[in-house]
Design a protein around this ligand. Structure first.
Ligand code: SF4
Ligand code: SF4
Length: 62
C-alpha cells in the first residue's frame, strides 16, 4: 500500500474522501481536517486522490 499524506493547509473538510473511500480510511479530526486513520486498510484505488476537490491528498501508489 502507498503512504497517504493529507495536506491540512489545502483540506477544507468537505468529506468527499470519506464518501468515496471504499475502505473507510478517513475520518475528520476535531479541526475538521481529514486524517487517514485506517491507512493499513487502503487498497490503493486512488478514488480519494482523484476525488479531492482541493488536491490535498497524495498517495505514492497513485
Ligand atoms: S476530499 Fe480533500 S478537502 Fe475534502 S475532506 Fe478530504 S482531503 Fe479534505
Ligand atoms: S486510495 Fe482508495 S482505499 Fe485508499 S484511502 Fe484512497 S479511496 Fe481509500
Amino acid at each position: 500500500m502507498g503512504e497517504i499524506i493529507v495536506d491540512h493547509d489545502k483540506c477544507d473538510g468537505c468529506g468527499e474522501c470519506i464518501s468515496v473511500c471504499p475502505q473507510e480510511v478517513y475520518e475528520l479530526n476535531d479541526e475538521g481536517k481529514s486524517v487517514p486513520v485506517n491507512m493499513d486498510d487502503c487498497d490503493d484505488c486512488c478514488s480519494c486522490v482523484e476525488g479531492c476537490p482541493n488536491g490535498a491528498i497524495t498517495n505514492d501508489a497513485c
